[in-house]
Write a protein of this length. Structure first.
Length: 122
């Protein structure tokens, strides 16, 4: 990757960068991920997979373990103070502010987000 940065600055030839990329793929340092059509190749590393697994584990063990970020009166006040928010924006704000989880990501159910992450890294 360092070579890619040097290449971008004109210091490394493209052939050397391609050789290094292929070497890292062959050695298993870079793991090719399934990519969506038209996006080209994408890669991850064992280290990144381990970090994401740790995040999944933390998400699961920290559910409903913390107080909400703000009181219900504050959540209601936010809704009144921002009438220009769409319904989905208000829902996202309410979800985040009322969550008792250490890690919160708006959109979809908590279980489906965890399952999606876990399935990608199983």
């Amino acid at each position: 990757m360092r070579d890619a940065l040097k290449r971008a600055m004109g210091e490394a030839p493209l052939a050397r960068i391609q050789q290094q990329l292929n070497r890292e793929i062959d050695q298993g340092a870079l793991i090719q991920k399934e990519s969506q059509q038209g996006t080209g190749r994408s890669f991850t590393t064992n280290e990144m997979i381990a970090l994401e697994r740790d995040n999944i584990r933390l998400m699961r063990t920290s559910q409903d373990q913390y107080p909400t970020l703000v009181s219900s009166s504050t959540r209601n006040q936010v809704e009144q103070d921002y009438p220009h928010f769409s319904r989905s924006q208000h829902r996202a704000v309410q979800e985040i502010l009322s969550s008792r989880d250490q890690i919160t990501a708006p959109g979809g159910s908590r279980r489906s987000r965890q399952d999606d992450l876990a399935q990608r890294h199983s």
